[in-house]
Design a protein around this ligand. Structure first.
Ligand SMILES: [Zn+2]
Length: 290
């Protein structure tokens, strides 16, 4: 064995070790704020086929494609409010945005779910990747537990380590969604994915942050934002290394007034108008028009 190969193996060893741990299905503990926080990145079985949704909008592959992901669905209600589920609120918002984009034209749109069906977490981002999406928006609505009067939207982008304790708790809750139907998808070959993420995520993260800023800018004075509007967390649904992605927390299901507003036609239209504008400006910038 030549010296050069030995040296190469020495450097490759940590990567191979982590890869082997992933392959064995081990959860890699990531220290966050001084405590061990386990983030798992389960993937569908290799070779498993994902049913791809229809793409609405112009029949022109040069047009940008947005994938809208309404969180939860089916047996997974998400946050349960006084008289409404998160899964219902976010589907209404997602449909309104899809309809707005299709109506205005020029942008292709697909939804991960168009009805009350369940889709595992990893398939959501994977649908966007397989369709070759240019932008991925996952829509959720939050829980404030027993706290009253908490309201407003937050925009999440991906971080390697959760940026605050609240973000970490959120990541834990949303990442847990996969165990809802009792299917264990952990322990598949995430090693390759982990390396790809390292290599290509930087650009994607920058683009995601730019889009998040546009939502904030276009929504000012129209949408109600949480005082801490921009957040980052280790969310599995945002992990596609090559599709810019944000998770939009529309507001708090646990706040009955806000839940009703988000479920109303007016609330849906306000959301759709702001997001559609942010999307158009984002694509214009990407193509160098603006
Ligand atoms: Zn949710």
């Amino acid at each position: 064995m030549s010296y050069r190969i030995q040296l190469g193996l020495l450097f490759a060893f940590p990567v191979l070790l982590i890869g082997a741990l992933y392959a064995l299905g081990a959860a890699i503990p990531v220290p966050v704020l001084g405590r061990a926080y386990v983030i798992e990145f389960p993937l569908p079985e290799p070779g498993a086929t994902i049913g791809l949704p229809d793409v609405a909008g112009p029949d022109d592959l040069t047009r940008p494609l947005v994938v809208i992901d309404a969180g939860h669905g089916g047996p997974d209600p998400g946050t349960v409010g006084e008289d409404i589920y998160e899964k219902t609120i976010v589907l209404g918002l997602a449909r309104a945005l899809r309809d707005r984009l299709v109506e205005e034209g020029g942008i292709r749109v697909a939804m991960t779910r168009e009805d009350d069906s369940f889709i595992v977490l990893e398939e959501r981002a994977e649908i966007a990747r397989q369709l070759g999406a240019d932008l991925f928006i996952s829509i959720h609505a939050d829980s404030a537990g027993d706290q009253e009067g908490v309201e407003g939207a937050s925009i999440y982008t991906l971080s390697d380590t959760a940026s605050s304790e609240a973000a970490a708790r959120f990541a834990e809750r949303e990442n847990d969604a996969d165990v809802v139907n009792g299917v264990d998808l952990s322990g598949t070959d995430a090693a390759v994915n982990a390396i790809l993420v390292e290599l290509s995520q930087r650009r994607t993260v920058e683009q995601s942050a730019e889009f998040a800023s546009l939502i904030e800018r276009e929504g000012a004075g129209i949408l109600r934002f949480h005082p801490q509007t921009r957040r980052s967390a280790a969310l599995a649904v945002l992990r596609a290394p090559d599709v810019p992605a944000v998770l939009y927390e529309a507001g708090f299901v646990t706040n009955p007034d806000e839940a009703r507003a988000l479920a109303s036609a007016e609330g849906q239209e306000q959301f759709a108008g702001v997001l559609a504008r942010a999307i158009r400006i984002y694509f214009a910038r990407q193509s160098g028009v603006e």
